[in-house]
Design a binder for this molecule. Sequence first.
Ligand code: SF4
Length: 497
Amino acid sequence: MTAYVSAFDLFSIGVGPSSSHTVGPMRAALEFAHRLRSTGTIDRVARIGCTLYGSLGATGIGHGTPDAVVAGLRGLAPESCDPADVRAAWTDLREGATLRIDGSHEIAFSKTDIVFEPRTRLPGHPNAMTIAAWDAAGGVVADETYYSVGGGFIRRDGEDAKLASAPLPYSYADAASLLALCDEHGLSIAEVARLNETAERPEEEVAAGLDAIWDAMAACVDNGLHSDGVLPGMLKVKRRASMIRAQLEEAEADGHRELPGEWLGAFALAVNEENAAGGRVVTAPTNGAAGILPAVAMYWWRFLADSGLGAGNAVTPYGELVGSALLGFDGTKAIDAAQSDDDEAVADANRRRGIRRFLLTATALGSLFKANASISGAEGGCQAEVGSACAMAAGGLTAVMGGTNRQIENAAEIAMEHHLGLTCDPIGGLVQIPCIERNAIAASTAVTAARLALRGDGSHYVSLDAVVETMRQTGIDMSTKYKETSEGGLAVNVIEC
Ligand code: SF4
């Protein structure tokens, strides 16, 4: 079995606030609507109902799950919809409302057609949902159970948990075999990921796709840094990223030195506030943990990437480790600034190459967590979401800072090790507290993990495989109270007002 999951599955452009509770259910409902159409049964449907089980039933309302289900049944896809069309698609339903299945066949639909059963846990996965369609005589037209298995991935009951559609040229099952593969072929971890991606699609398409992922991440950071107000939901959480941006810009305008560490936190807050507001977000590898990778990548882009390109650039903590030769996407050297008249264009092209390497490295690492443990908070607690994202970001940063494969593995291991046991206990079932701040803290942990790994030689006591397995076992042992049910931890010790 190969652990590798494509970057285009792991980093999917979708909507907030949750990959498992919003994006996954929306995809399941869309798949159901498409199935009705493709089987030619759509016109027989007189009624549709959906039951949300377990964690989807417990925290679905706070995560916008019923809105996502209605949007998916209407034929909207997470990657292409206007997020505004998803928000309140169920919440705002009025008496006598109708639903156009897959944008065409119209039926009556009411809020009570979505049923919540938080106490029922289906054996397939804690995030389960059943969608059924009936004809006018009450006969079942179609009936499917789906599992939202984390990161926006779904599985239909009865299907295998398929991780790769075709044999890949560079298959690996765990971190040890990934490192051995790299040694055997003289490849970096990013190159293994790139060669797996280019087995499925042309090189230019891979590069353009990675650039599109980065552009969506960067746009999300920017939107969050420029949006004020209060987040949806009863907690009335005030957005902070924009205020911090204004403070940092003012300080820098007053001649203070740049404050990279503070920007790092602001970048993460910006993404998670956008997510909580139901905006356009890239799952990385989930929505709840979506701020960590973009924040660390943006931190590198803005404060570290150019430090090795020519004299006179700001000295950074890694200035001595960064060189243009380390920024290539495909093993070729990055463009030398001295070869071009347009320094900014060259620097931008080189930064993009670095981001591709960052994302590919993070993909190779994230695949290990998905295959051998979990990236779902409902399955493994927050260690599976924020811990995995932190490890992916730490590895990605180490890669673009010129780290070796073993330093990358070390950075990911450090980052995951110190998230082991982290519970998921969102207050009010909203992906806001502790989630938003937690991403900022994890972003700084990722940078620290990369720093520690880059100062070493890659040798270390605890292997990445050992922490992945520890995370898996800890997730199994963790009480369901701490697995995205909002029945324990902060969720029951802080009064919602
Ligand atoms: S506590 Fe962690 S796992 Fe739970 S919803 Fe928040 S970010 Fe996701």
